[in-house]
Design a protein around this ligand. Structure first.
Ligand code: GTP
Ligand code: ZN
Length: 343
């Protein structure tokens, strides 16, 4: 504020390829011009602003001027929390899904789309930084829905698991504890899970387009195409996101927190570096054999741990390269013949 005395705070409510929409009050979304360094989309090269350093939906910014002609963003304010994933592609990159979030609803249908392993992956990505995850199982009204079996398959989770009919306001009212005034909630989940249906029900009007799902696998058709922050009548802010096909970790996730049941058992394994495969005295495998722990959850824990460790290595490499590029007196680009990783 000191460097922009005329500026006013506003929140990013939509992010498009062509730019941002910001709001200074509910229902007041306006297109705003952004800083030139945020507009250079496309390939992220060394020295350029990384995608996670640009504003995302939910971010607070400072704006000057007035819509429709001269409203412009002059600064990005520090984030309280951010939900991120690893971006698709060869180079290490992060993508911010939503910023300044209190709660993440991980939405999954109680139909052919129900997949406990995918829910575990979502939970791993959204947890941490003060974001509280809640599993929301939709389509509980369908004949084939079996919330109790679904809950049993999610055994071990230490997060609330709710089953509801996203089309029914009375049923969606189960979510009210997380939709208090001033709270920000993001909806994540695969296409067709019912995120837009839930948004419309909570809003009381058909604001978001919803799509029919394919009968054979209950997958949706990616009806939602961009992220948007919506002010709910309850006073909460809700961010709907398009279904994500790929959910890569960034390397910053706390696997131990998402799988605290397995971590607690692992502390009792005979070997401290037990990989819970064939080692004698493995407490994790013993729990699986006693039927107290789902072997598929353990397999997913090992898979996700390896993915997070791999991403963490790539992140460390990127940070080292950046630090080197910033060292004064050194050329920003290394000659190609220098051996990789040397400082
Ligand atoms: N019976 C029933 N149908 C639901 C429920 N939730 C969603 N549906 C239906 O499932 C289909 C997909 O719902 P959407 O809300 O479009 O799904 P989405 O998660 O927003 O999907 P994307 O926008 O593609 O990411 C629609 O036909 C909804 O009517 C529910 O709780 N009960
Ligand atoms: Zn073990």
């Amino acid at each position: 504020m000191a460097s922009h005395p005329q500026a006013r705070p506003a929140r990013i409510v939509e992010q498009h390829r062509s730019g941002y929409r910001v709001a200074e009050a509910p229902e007041q979304a306006q297109p705003a011009e952004s800083l030139p360094e945020w507009q250079r989309a496309g390939s992220y090269r060394k020295g350029e602003l990384a995608p996670e350093q640009r504003p995302a939906v939910g971010d607070w910014v400072l704006v000057e001027g007035h819509a429709p002609k001269s409203l412009r963003i002059v600064a990005l304010l520090p984030r309280r929390s951010a939900i991120k994933r690893g971006a698709a592609g060869e180079h290490y990159r992060q993508q911010v899904i939503a910023a300044n979030i209190d709660t993440a609803f991980v939405v999954c249908g109680l139909d052919a789309d129900f997949n406990p392993r995918r829910i575990e992956r979502y939970l791993l990505l959204v947890a941490g930084h003060g974001v509280q995850p809640v599993v929301v199982l939709t389509k509980a009204d369908k004949d084939a829905a079996d919330p109790e079996t679904a809950r049993a398959q999610l055994g071990g989770l230490e997060v609330p698991v709710l089953a509801l009919n996203a089309k029914d306001p009375a049923s969606a009212a189960l979510l009210q504890p997380w939709l208090q005034p001033g709270h920000s909630v993001v909806l994540v989940g695969s296409s067709g899970a019912g995120k837009s249906t839930l948004t419309n029900t909570l809003l009381g009007i058909e604001k978001m387009k919803t799509g029919a799902v394919r009968a054979h696998d209950a997958r949706g058709r990616h009806t939602t195409t961009h992220r948007a922050l919506i002010a709910l009548p309850s006073g909460a802010c809700l961010i709907d996101t398009p279904g994500m096909r790929e959910l890569k970790p960034t390397g910053e996730e706390a696997v131990a927190e998402s799988f605290s049941d397995i971590e607690a058992l692992a502390a009792q394994c005979r070997f401290r570096d037990c990989r819970h495969a064939r080692e004698p005295g493995c407490a994790v495998r013993a729990a699986v054999e006693r039927g107290e722990l789902d072997g598929r959850r353990v397999a997913n824990f090992l898979k996700l741990s390896a993915e997070v460790a791999g991403a963490a290595d790539r992140l460390a490499q990127r940070l080292a390269q950046k630090a080197e590029a910033r060292t004064p007196g050194k050329p920003a680009r290394r000659p190609p013949e220098r051996p990789h990783g040397r400082r």
